[in-house]
Design a protein around this ligand. Sequence first.
Ligand SMILES: [Fe+2]
Ligand SMILES: [Fe+2]
Length: 444
Amino acid sequence: MKTKIVLPGECEFSDNMTECLETYLGSCVGVAIHDPIIKTGGLLHIILPDGPDYKKEARPCYYAVTGIPHLVSGLERMGSSRKNLTASIAGGAHINTMNPSCASFNIGQRNIVMTEALLAEFGIMVAQSSLGGNWGRGMRLDVGNGRVTINSSRKEQVEPGSVDTTTCDVKQILLQKANELQPSSKVAIRALQLANSSFASFRDLTELILKDQVLAANVMKLSNSAFFGSSRTITNVSQAINLFGMDRFKKIVIQSCVMDIYPITFDRYGMEDGSFFHHSLACAKIAEAISRQIGIAEPETAYLAGLLHDLGKIVIERFAAAQFMFVLHKLSRKQMSCLQAETDSLGIDHAAIGGIISKKWQLPQELVEAIAYHHKPQNASIANELVSIVHVANHICNMLGIGLSTSTMGDELEMSAIELLKLDEKAVEGLLDIMPEILQSHDF
Ligand SMILES: [Fe+2]
Ligand SMILES: [Fe+2]
């Protein structure tokens, strides 16, 4: 069956009975409307309840107040009668629900209220809903039969029985594997350090890339995919730098350094295929945008920190498969954050493992802190601003439903980070507002 993915702030329609429409939701709300008579359907992914007029005109599906009329009138144009339509709604999670002081950031709740009010106004019955909580969801509409499947990242997990994990052994294995994790290119770590430096020259970078065939091949592969659609092919590094400019080229190098160690499948954390890299890249772009917007930290460093922030999950995914069910058990049965569940079950959490890897790679201390404390920015000692940027960027990814995983559950938004970056609710909404351009751009 063909599946069409609905991106944040977009809406898709279909009258193809063999097609499914699918979307992933954090604090956003998904609205699926189906006509069982003529078998048509539409799926809308709302990010905010309302917005300024000029923005609502430019991208109506971004907001509930314009997206829902767009969805209903689109179905009517396809021949549906409003009285036959039924809706299903999902999402509106309060990702940071464990922190009562963050109540004012509950965009999810405001999305729900606006969506329900508008559907009532249109006289459309809500047949199914899965709303609120502090976990992400996937929503899928089968156009042929109108069935809506809503998956939660809070999966009910297998009961692990009476055998408890030997946390000590697992921790030792994870520590050892964290120390061993290396990119497949031998010079990638040096290239990461160099690309992060504002002093890196074109010559330094070219010479380094040419020292390693794996890295050079990855750089060419990514350069050509970024250049997709052109009749020309990029065949060497200087051509790529000329075409992209040094700043964009550095990002190509950074991505090329890590692409081989980022797994496609990420089953343990309940992520969709490819979404770990997608989440990391989105976090990189958002962190860079925050840094530029508020003029704090180096944007290149924010980008790199965003790309690497969940590095520790790679080790857990690869080497703690059996023990991870204890993490899931704690998540589903006890009210605790993923980080706490990891520590309780494995003896160490993914942020700490990421800190060990980045230290081993001799990345600058500020990057080590950004990775190690991205869930607890208050623990940073030297790079408070950078750590806070990555923390907020990770939250925005979760709010937009980008690469949602079990670790989204109970993940608190730290007010200290918000205060340090001088962000208020309006500023967070402002950041959410510029995200589609950033995330959909083919820039790196
Ligand atoms: Fe994380
Ligand atoms: Fe993350």
